[in-house]
Design a binder for this molecule. Structure first.
Ligand SMILES: [Ca+2]
Ligand SMILES: [Ca+2]
Ligand SMILES: [Ca+2]
Length: 548
């Protein structure tokens, strides 16, 4: 693309003015990224707010997942929305603003009374679970004049809610057990949702009728060999009619969906499992010292490689370049974190990987490599660019998926710490301490960092200067541990808590509550509708920073 032309276009749209403030703020301290300001290189443009605004979603990529689309909505972009866990195949899109910079109000709670509760047996006896948990991010998208919010919950249900009102658009679909993961909405506009459940099935549901319909399901025992468990927490990716999904059966699966419409215009699928491979290998069984491991994180695709990890700490990359032509994927990357790796791998525009791992076993390997790692998969023998240790307690480490924002990586720990790290050097720029465990994945949209804690408070911080400890903008006490990752869409913030409900926060004043869907053309860039955070924002009660 030609950056000059795109900047001109944006100026015509009146968006350049909105970007200018953010650019000015970011020019002060971000030494490592400044060299990229004029380079025009796709690889580094994420560090430049104007370049980020001028970027166009690549829809005709030669790759399964184009690195130019890091930080942007799910290509090919025929559906305007936040469609899967962390929004896109590189797991780097968190939603659209304008995010409230002053304390928002609760627009609705779903359900209005009571809770989304169900009993489930995790092997140590049946207990009651309420609300949504890890990862539990809703999908938010535009369809037929409404903003839909679709999510799985602990009441076994997949819910289809009007994001404006908090009422059901169509009734929920009930699976046979609790749902912990995040649903994926078909990115090509087919009225399909892909969802796992603890009832051992991955499902394809249609929502074009007056109630959701199960079109297909894949059992955890459909392939062999399997290991450990049968739940499906992973949020699938769908690209070009192929679905990519890891299971707690410890296998990684690729399904050709064969989507179509029948003579009555109703959506159909005719899925075919075209590939599967174990999430383990002989070496990790030996090194980790056990034969019970599963895949709980969500697959990540960058260029032509799909990455996933398992509870034995095995990180794998598989080349899928020949998949359409019938060539089986082959493994091109192997790394061992030493411990359970449930956080989803994040890929940046240069192909670096950000891998968070738990610290539960305390073995020599996890002590050595740390719990948040930046990896260079082009150097398979020595991929660690930097790493950060979190080994204070047992367990410690990372459950949430890291967020990339400009030149910063933000992640949280089981102990309730939120860290902002220099993306290039791994230097810790700031830490905050919240009531843990913090398993929610941090969200940064519009220079605002959103992070929920386990006391049930959602916090917003001003990240317009990524070099400093972000000052607090507001916090809202909801109640119930916030394990689930929020969806931010048109500036509204949607998240479930363990109190039993799904919650919507929206701006208090100024008519910022979106009564109309945003035009689809403004969604092709994550910041297209953004406003910079005012510099005079007054921090609310500050949270003591932790030095440990
Ligand atoms: Ca199960
Ligand atoms: Ca699980
Ligand atoms: Ca796990």
């Amino acid at each position: 693309m030609n950056p000059t032309v795109n900047k001109t276009t944006l100026a015509l749209l009146g968006l350049f003015v909105l970007a200018a403030g953010a650019l000015f703020l970011s020019m002060n301290d971000l030494a490592p990224s400044q060299s990229s300001a004029d380079a025009g290189a796709v690889v580094e443009s994420q560090d430049d707010p104007v370049a980020a605004l001028s970027r166009q979603l690549v829809t005709d990529s030669p790759y399964w997942s184009d690195p130019a689309n890091v930080g942007m909505s799910y290509p090919p972009g025929t559906v305007s929305g936040l469609l899967t866990f962390r929004g896109n195949p590189s797991r780097t899109f968190y939603g659209t603003g304008p995010v409230p910079t002053t304390t928002p109000t609760q627009a609705w709670r779903y359900p209005k009374t009571g809770g989304l509760c169900g009993t489930s047996d995790d092997g140590s006896g049946a207990t009651t679970w309420c609300g949504t948990g890890w990862t539990g991010q809703p999908a938010a998208f535009e369809r037929e004049g409404k903003t839909w919010l679709v999510f799985g919950a602990y009441d076994y249900g997949v819910h289809f809610v009007d994001a404006l009102t908090g009422s059901d658009i169509i009734p929920p679909f009930k699976t046979g057990d609790i749902i912990k993961g995040s649903v994926t909405i078909d990115p090509d506009g087919f009225p399909l949702v892909y969802t796992g459940s603890r009832d051992n099935y991955l499902r394809v549901l249609s929502f074009d009728g007056d109630k959701p319909k199960e079109l297909w399901k894949l059992g955890a025992d459909a392939v062999s060999p399997v290991m450990w468990n049968n739940d499906w927490d992973s949020s699938p990716l769908v690209i070009d009619d192929y679905l990519f999904e890891g299971g707690e059966n410890s296998q990684f699966h690729i399904v050709k969906l064969n989507r179509s419409y029948d003579a009555n215009g109703e959506v159909q699928v005719d899925p075919e499992l075209v590939f599967h491979t174990p999430g383990w290998d002989a070496k990790v069984l030996d090194d980790w010292g056990g034969d019970q491991m599963s895949i709980e994180n969500s697959p990540t695709i960058i260029k032509d490689t799909v990455y996933f990890a398992n509870s034995g700490g095995l990180v794998q990359g598989w080349d899928i370049s020949g998949l359409r032509e019938g060539t089986d994927p082959h493994r091109v990357f192997r790394f061992w974190t030493g411990d359970d790796t449930d956080a989803t791998i994040v890929a940046d525009e240069a192909g670096f990987l950000y891998v968070g791992s738990e610290y539960e076993k305390g073995n020599a390997r996890s002590k050595e490599v740390g719990q948040m790692m930046k990896l260079d998969p082009t150097k398979p023998d020595d991929p660690i660019v930097w790493s950060i240790k979190d080994q204070k307690n047992m367990p410690s480490g990372v459950w949430g998926t890291p967020a990339l924002y400009q030149d910063t990586v933000v992640f949280d720990t089981n102990g309730g710490e939120i860290l902002g790290v220099d993306k290039m050097t791994g230097a810790v720029r700031w830490r905050k301490q919240l009531p843990g465990p913090t398993w929610q994945s941090p969200v940064v949209v519009d220079n605002v960092l959103l992070i929920g804690d386990c006391s049930g408070t959602m916090h917003a911080y001003d990240m317009s200067d990524t070099a400093v400890d972000p000052p607090a903008l507001w916090d809202v006490k909801i109640g119930g541990c916030i394990e689930s990752t929020p969806a931010v869409w048109n500036g509204r913030i949607y998240f479930g808590t363990r109190d039993g409900g799904m919650h919507a926060l929206s701006a208090t004043t100024g008519g910022a509550v979106p009564a109309e869907p945003v035009p689809s053309e403004s969604v092709s860039s994550e910041s297209a509708s953004s406003e910079s955070v005012p510099m005079e924002s007054v921090p609310t009660e500050s949270v003591p920073a932790s030095n440990n």
